[in-house]
Design a protein around this ligand. Structure first.
Ligand SMILES: [Zn+2]
Length: 337
């Protein structure tokens, strides 16, 4: 089912889709079955999940009105994954053939059972953090030994894998495509692990030349269709204002500092902005405002890492790697979506 079809099912409160997916609402932190009788949320606040456990993994709580976790799906793979999730949540080993369980996990949740267990721990940690506003007891409760491990795991969970390639992309296959968009030419490039560049410009040939210069040791080739098609479709929907959550996997090189900044940028909700100082504070380095601005200016994945949501303290929209006008247009679009 496409997000649009799912949204239509929610708008129609269609019972036939109970158990087929759940929808979560960012503003309330609650997830529901499609037929839930509660007030319908704004589309921009909604994320869909194939099974309740996937929503819980992201820290959403089940609605007390429609009890989404009680809806039975018709998909046997989904049922298998849900049973395994319940076992893992209870601290047990999932029953049945472990390879079959692992395959079902990949299909439904896109992760391994082990990554699920880690993600649950991260989610519990975040809930504890919110509740206690103190780091050490929360860490203790969530079963973590050290803070650095939390950062490591959180990055993994949020889909920003450390780039596997060396500078210049030695030996790596990079595919790209350039398409017209509301913001001019849009170039999207990816390795087999995720998006490695999103660039905006006026001239496709110039964008391609810049990409090739950055990946001068990689095999760079243009590819129509394939997995790029999905990434491009998601980015174009975002630019039309119909896809507020651009949670694409990334495969990018970064210093530890850049990674923390870029990760933080991905937490700024659609339609909101933060100042450079606020981002610096959020990553625990309030003195690093200028370094945050530099990290924004070197963002390799425009839009997917929403550096356009960072503005000056006086509210003025300033520098954007891809042009000031584009930044203004993006912020306008998000405000009116
Ligand atoms: Zn509900």
């Amino acid at each position: 089912m496409s997000p649009t079809e799912r949204w239509q099912a929610v708008m129609a409160r269609d019972r036939r889709f109970d158990g087929a997916f759940v929808y979560a609402v960012r503003s309330t932190g609650i997830y529901c079955r499609p037929s839930c009788a509660s007030r319908r949320p704004r589309r921009t606040q909604v994320t869909f999940f194939p099974i309740p456990e996937a929503a819980e993994r992201e820290g959403f709580r089940a609605c007390r009105r429609c009890h989404p976790a009680d809806a039975n799906g018709r998909d046997p793979l989904g049922a298998l994954v849900r049973e395994a999730c319940r076992a893992i949540d209870a601290g047990a080993t999932p029953p049945g053939d472990s390879r079959k369980v692992a395959r079902a996990f990949k299909r439904i949740l896109g992760i391994t059972p082990r990554a699920y267990a880690e993600a649950r721990r991260v989610a519990r940690f975040k809930q504890e953090l919110k509740r206690r506003k103190q780091v050490s007891p929360a860490l203790y409760e969530a079963g973590y030994g050290s803070t650095s491990r939390v950062y490591e795991r959180t990055h993994e969970q949020l889909g920003m894998t450390p780039a596997t390639y060396a500078r210049g992309g030695t030996g790596v296959e990079v595919v790209f495509v350039t398409v017209p968009s509301a913001l001019g030419r849009l170039l999207v490039a990816a390795t087999d692990r995720g998006v490695c560049r999103v660039m905006l410009g006026d001239d496709a040939a110039k964008l391609e030349a810049d990409l090739r210069a950055e990946f001068d040791a990689a095999h760079v080739r243009e590819e129509k269709g394939g997995k790029l098609e999905g990434y491009v479709a998601a980015i174009l929907s975002y630019l039309e204002g119909t896809e507020p959550h651009l949670d694409l996997p990334l495969d990018i090189r970064a210093t530890a500092f850049q990674r923390r900044v870029w990760q933080e940028l991905r937490h700024i909700p659609f339609g909101e902005t933060r100042t450079y100082a606020e981002v610096a504070k959020a990553i625990g380095q309030p003195q690093a405002t200028r370094a945050v601005a530099r990290a924004c200016a070197t963002n390799p994945a425009a839009l997917v890492i929403p550096c356009h949501r960072v503005v000056r303290a006086d509210g003025k929209v300033d520098g954007y790697r891809w042009g000031l006008e584009r930044k203004k247009t993006l912020l306008e679009m998000e405000k009116n979506a």
